[in-house]
Ligand binder design. Structure first.
Ligand code: GDG
Length: 724
């Protein structure tokens, strides 16, 4: 493979301009930057991101960033940057994706800036991109970027990872721009989330809003396959484990202990954000003190709250609420020599943070919703080497999936947290160590580097699959070859499916009438005396005759139960009487009553249950049930139940499109044969044709066809070129 291009909102370093005009670089702390800091420099890689601040205008900066940090800065217009970052990213996506819909702003202006900035990122990536590179896009600021890149470079390798939760469909659907965001994400080859819950939510939104279903997490769009999967992010385990025993940290820990004395030490560390559940946590601690006077003066909570988004109103309100709560608890329970809550409203240097982790007897991580939460993992890592301590962890943090040995709590349930604090303080040392050891085992194995490698490997695999598929793609070269064979041939047979091949699908099958353009193409094809054009369809003969009867083409109706050869009359296959319909119809009608949006179509020799307009989750489930309910019929009456595109069809088993196609194939000495179709029933046609025939499957999924086309428009343009 080529290089790795990591793309994220911010670069892992920030340039700082000093008074004397010098520029220095500060490495950013935080999940991705810290975790991948060492990793990406070892790879042949570049990091592309927004460069913010006064120093970014300096002309020599670009070269220095590239040479010293392998970083490519993107400069944004400050007004646009504000609308994109503080606006759409943090006031729309952040609350919606964390299930705080009541805080979300829906503002067209910030959305447009979000689009513009994503486009700027796309320009910057395209400028750097070389063939075979992997583009790895991170987080919610850049959800349109995969789609924008895919549009410009259909073959580019893209992985996308979302660091925050993906919301349930019922919340996601509130976003006015929901389809645009989904199609942006679906531009990637791999879409990764921290947990399987977020994967489920995403797949359900994709199905309900774009109609694309998945098989084992793979979504097929045209000839592209998108893998959606969970990749739980790890930490730089060694960094935390070894820092805990370093002399600097030991020194800080000692002074911390001197301050605290022999009191038990409860710690919490988060950005001051409404998703973190800080007020409930404080209330729980207050109740703990009320219910357990025996712990007064023997325990203290140190709460580190890193200032965040301070100009946003919800954050200012939260800050006031937290200030008041801390004041109330300390006022009510504090004594001359004991402050129950120590509140540090600032960011700590790394060594001080690790010293806190190391000394904390209990770590309270109780967000109301959190993509992963690395603090919980870091706490566990710093206890490596024999430390004790208890992690109390919210079940709504992604990390709860991996840290099952923590005391798991519902962060909305104050009493649950009170109980966990009590249990944690009373837990025997041996049990504390056992629980930590089990978690340490897992965290030291699946580190941040492992996680990153997994994502990159998934993208590499997707890229290999794409190359394999490309071999069967109806590429311009294959098209030329096909056209040249067509032009030199004297007798040509064209077997064309109708729905999903010549026209797109609609919820109501009687509305997909052929348009004038299609009729003109078919007429021109049929006018060439060297051609035999056959429409091979599952539709009934009345509809086919009404829509296409005037053309000089042959028609195959109901998958071959009836054929009308060019210029002739309808010929029916000899079939037993359709007495089975009286048994099947009431069963199917019962499913219509129970499944809104569905209906039964009656053909001469078949019954079809259509569920395209049904709830996309319910339809396929009911189809499976109906299939079971009808199964008994098939043996008694010699019927087949065929699943098509959101339809379930019951028809005589000995009738299929392949037999009809064979009748035509054997009727002349063809020197050019072409068959095009999109669904299961067309596979029977592909199967019976000789190897020399051109067969084209429309869309992805397994097929016997030699080539693949993306969609109806590709088929139409091919046919147009044949008549030109
Ligand atoms: C997103 C998702 C997901 C915190 N305070 C201080 C400090 N930190 C460091 C911690 C930790 C990081 O910041 C915070 O971890 P999060 O997990 O909350 O990560 P974020 O990047 O904020 O958030 C989150 C994450 O992405 C990764 O995918 O887990 O759910 O919201 O590394 O150590 N570091 C220092 N002083 C502090 O005061 N030095």
């Amino acid at each position: 493979m080529g290089r790795l291009l990591i793309v994220s909102n911010r670069l892992p370093v920030t340039p700082e301009l000093h008074e004397n005009g010098d520029v220095t670089f500060k490495e950013n702390v935080g999940g991705l930057a810290t975790g991948l800091g060492s990793f990406y420099k070892h790879y042949d890689s570049l990091w592309i991101g927004w460069c913010e601040g006064a120093a970014c205008d300096r002309y020599e900066l670009r070269e220095r960033l590239l040479a010293e940090y392998a970083c490519v800065p993107i400069y944004l217009d400050p007004h646009d940057a504000h609308l994109y970052y503080e606006g759409f990213s943090n006031e729309t996506i952040w609350p919606i994706f964390h299930h705080f819909a009541q805080y979300a702003q829906f503002d067209q202006e910030t959305w447009e800036a979000y689009e513009r900035v994503n486009r700027r990122f796309a320009d910057a990536v395209v400028e750097q991109l070389q063939p075979d590179d992997i583009v790895w896009i991170n987080d919610y600021h850049l959800m349109l970027l995969p789609g924008m890149l895919r549009e410009r470079l259909p073959e580019v390798n893209i992985g996308f990872f979302l660091h925050i939760p993906f919301p349930s469909f019922e919340i996601f659907r509130m976003l006015p721009w929901r389809e645009r965001i989904l199609s942006g994400l679906l531009g990637a080859d791999v879409v990764g989330f921290h947990t399987y819950d977020y994967v489920r939510h995403f797949l359900s939104s994709a199905l309900r809003l774009t109609g694309h279903d998945h098989t084992l997490g793979q979504i097929v769009i045209g000839t592209r396959t998108i893998k959606v999967d969970a990749f739980p992010m790890g930490i730089d385990y060694e960094r935390f484990a070894s820092a805990a025993s370093s002399p600097e940290v030991a020194e800080k820990a000692l002074s911390l202990r001197t301050d605290i004395g022999d009191r038990r030490f409860v710690l919490s560390v988060d950005r001051l954000d409404y998703t973190k559940g800080i007020p409930v946590r404080l209330e729980a601690f207050e109740h703990f003190l009320a219910e357990h006077p025996e712990w007064h003066r023997k325990v203290g909570l140190t709460m580190v709250a890193v200032p965040s988004r301070t100009d946003v109103e919800h954050y200012q309100r939260l800050k006031r609420e937290v200030d008041e709560l801390v004041g109330r608890i300390n006022g009510r329970y504090g004594t001359m020599d004991w402050t129950p809550v120590r509140y540090l409203y600032r960011s700590l240097p790394f060594e001080e943070l690790v010293a806190m982790y190391r000394e904390a007897d209990v770590m309270l991580v109780t967000p109301l919703r959190d993509g992963m939460n690395l603090v919980a993992k870091e706490y566990v890592a710093t206890k490596d080497g024999g430390g004790a301590g208890v992690l109390v962890l919210s079940e709504l943090a992604g990390s709860a999936k991996e840290l099952g040995e923590a005391l798991i709590v519902n962060p909305f349930d104050r009493a649950d947290i009170v109980g966990a604090i009590d249990r944690a303080l009373e837990m025997p040392m041996a049990e504390q160590r056992d629980r930590l050891a089990a978690m340490q085992e897992r965290l030291s194995r699946y580190t941040v580097v492992h996680w990153a490698e997994d994502i990159i490997e998934a993208v590499e695999q997707a890229s290999l699959n794409r190359r394999e598929r490309a071999a069967t793609r109806l590429s311009p070269e294959v098209e030329e070859q096909l056209l040249s064979a067509y032009r030199t041939a004297r007798r040509r047979l064209l077997l064309l499916d109708y729905d999903g091949t010549l026209v797109g699908f609609s919820a109501r099958p009687l509305t997909t009438v052929p348009d004038d353009e299609l009729k003109a193409t078919l007429r021109a094809l049929a006018a060439d005396t060297r051609n035999e054009v056959v429409i091979v369809s599952g539709r009934d003969r009345r509809t086919l005759a009404e829509w296409l009867g005037e053309l000089n083409v042959s028609l195959v109706a109901e998958h071959g139960a009836m054929q009308r050869w060019r210029g002739g009359d309808w010929i029916e296959a000899s079939l037993p009487p359709d007495t089975w319909k009286e048994t099947a119809r009431p069963v199917m009608e019962r499913y219509v009553d129970r499944t809104p949006g569905t209906f039964v179509e009656e053909k001469e020799h078949a019954l079809v249950w259509h569920f395209r307009a049904a709830d996309p989750g319910l339809g396929p489930q009911r189809a499976r049930e109906l299939h079971e309910s009808l199964a008994g019929l098939t043996e008694n009456y010699g019927l087949a139940i065929v699943e098509g595109h959101r339809v379930l069809e019951v028809k005589p088993a000995n009738i299929n499109k392949g037999r009809a196609a064979l009748d035509f194939a054997e009727s002349d000495d063809w020197d050019f044969m072409l068959a095009i179709g999109d669904d299961r029933t067309d596979e029977d046609v592909f199967e019976v044709l000789p190897r020399s025939a051109y067969s084209i499957k429309v869309g992805g999924g397994g097929s016997l066809a030699r080539y693949r086309a993306d969609g109806v428009s590709d088929v139409r343009s091919l046919l147009d070129r044949m008549v030109r």
